[in-house]
Ligand binder design. Structure first.
Ligand code: ATP
Length: 443
């Protein structure tokens, strides 16, 4: 009881807006600055859970549940991370939670999941994030078995960009893995889970004071992605993130992590001896990049200039071109259609190339539809209630019979000899639709 009250006070202080950072708020001048007093960018609101409509569970962490919610008054959608105060205290995770809250508040990069606001009640803490509708990269790998090199290259280039930013401001993530890499509705990667970060010397990032019970003992991170020197000495450098990224890339391309074994002991043995076998279908460029990323930790000396090298090799492996619009379309389709919601509208052997919820515009009115492009090729729309009677085919199989006119990134018109259909795409993917439709028509 006492413990929970103590935690409430402590967390109330941490989650509350107090005042801007001052020199007095900096507890230690050597090494990381640790503070409990500053103004949060993502505010602490006075909301209650009843202000939200609860949707499906998006994911479950070791001490949290993340639920898709809609704010009743605004209709805005969030991924709400819900943490039980009692459980956090018993698991000695108070600092972990505070750290994530305070660190995320100071980060600003499109590849990092954005914390929007927090609130609390007597039992729980709530953190509202932008919702990453594409789910975890981990699920994407599981669903597909493995990911093609072109697609993996795109993800890796985006993650390297985030790591470069983090390392540049003096932060080591320490838990890069496919479960912590989330995908947006239009297929971009967002790095999540900042509860295990560590700061490097000279950082400007402010951290909360660490509780003694939470600072000592075991390594941070996830065993399968932890480099040998962390297992040996628990040292942490930015090279840990490179190692973890190398393991993640291996997992994207093969479906399993590189040191997977039947027991943790065998896995650690493999990690320590860097015992890695590459499947025959890995390209030389992919092997080189993984080798580079995994090599980097040996002496724990990787610098930011090495990241530039990785970026170059990431953009070089798989193919020599930058990600194309066709490639984005495939990516989008794989994100939008993965739950087979629209399977019932497909013919045997037909698969979805691109699918998205759009507005179909008429002269004075508009209606929401699901527009679907398939490999047959066919372009049709259905209403979101999925009733078969409302399925309308716009175009089927006639190569000369279709063109797409893009008015701006969110508006486009599909022209066939029979009709002209206008759409508004809030995700601003009008050019993707044009490339995907006309690409199929001209095949
Ligand atoms: N913004 C988001 N959008 C969609 N899903 C999310 C979001 N944030 C988290 N999730 C889902 O919830 C899961 C748990 O979230 P998170 O990793 O932040 O929790 P945790 O308790 O810190 O987990 P861990 O056990 O990794 O420490 C994620 O793996 C992901 O599946």
């Amino acid at each position: 009881m006492t413990v929970v009250r103590g935690l409430e006070e402590e967390l109330t202080n941490e989650f509350e807006e107090v005042r801007p950072p001052t020199l007095r708020s900096v507890v230690s001048c050597n090494g990381p600055r640790r503070t409990s007093n500053f103004t949060f960018r993502a505010p602490q609101e006075n909301f209650t859970i009843d202000d939200f409509e609860l949707g499906p569970v998006l994911g479950v962490g070791s001490f949290s549940k993340v639920v898709r919610v809609k704010k009743k008054d605004t209709g805005n959608v969030y991924a709400l991370k819900i943490m039980d105060k009692d459980f956090i205290t018993k698991q000695h995770k108070v600092s972990h939670v505070k750290q994530e809250r305070i660190v995320l508040d100071q980060l600003n990069h499109p590849g990092i999941v954005q914390l929007l606001f927090t609130f609390q009640d007597s039992n729980s803490l709530y953190m509202a994030f932008e919702a990453c509708e594409g789910g975890e990269l981990f699920d994407q790998i599981t669903r597909k078995g493995r990911i093609f090199e072109d697609e993996a290259r795109f993800y890796i280039a985006e993650i390297i960009d985030v790591l470069e930013y983090l390392h540049g401001i003096g932060l080591i993530h320490r838990d890069i893995k496919p479960e912590n890499l989330l995908l947006t509705a239009n297929g971009h990667v967002k790095v999540a889970d900042f509860g295990s970060v560590k700061v490097t010397e000279g950082t400007r990032i402010l951290l909360p004071p660490l509780a003694a019970s939470e600072t000592t003992g075991s390594f941070e991170g996830t065993a399968a992605y932890v480099p040998p020197e962390v297992l040996n000495t628990s040292t942490t450098t930015i090279a840990n993130d490179h190692w973890a990224l190398g393991c993640t890339l291996y997992q994207m391309l093969s479906g399993t992590s590189p040191f997977q074994d039947s027991s943790e002991w065998l896995m650690f043995k493999k990690i320590k001896s860097r015992d890695i076998k590459f499947p025959v279908y890995f390209s030389d460029e992919a092997i080189d990049l993984i080798d580079n990323l995994l090599d980097s930790t040996g002496e724990s000396k990787k610098s930011n200039s090495d990241v530039a090298l990785f970026k170059t090799s990431a953009s070089g492996f798989g193919s020599n071109t930058t990600p194309s619009l066709e490639f984005h379309s495939v990516l989008l389709a794989s994100v939008d259609s993965f739950d087979s919601r629209w399977q019932e509208f497909l013919e045997p052997g037909e698969s979805i190339v691109l699918a998205s919820k759009l507005k179909k515009l008429r002269l004075l009115t508009s209606k929401k539809v699901q527009l679907i492009l398939t490999n047959k090729p066919r372009l049709f729309y259905v209403n979101p209630s999925k009733s078969m009677e409302n399925m309308k085919i716009i175009w089927s199989d006639n190569p000369n019979g279709i063109s797409v006119q893009v008015l701006n990134p969110s508006h486009f018109k599909v022209c066939t000899p029979m009709k002209l259909s206008s759409f508004e795409d809030k995700k601003q993917l009008a050019w993707h639709w044009k490339r995907a439709i006309e690409g199929l028509a001209n095949h």
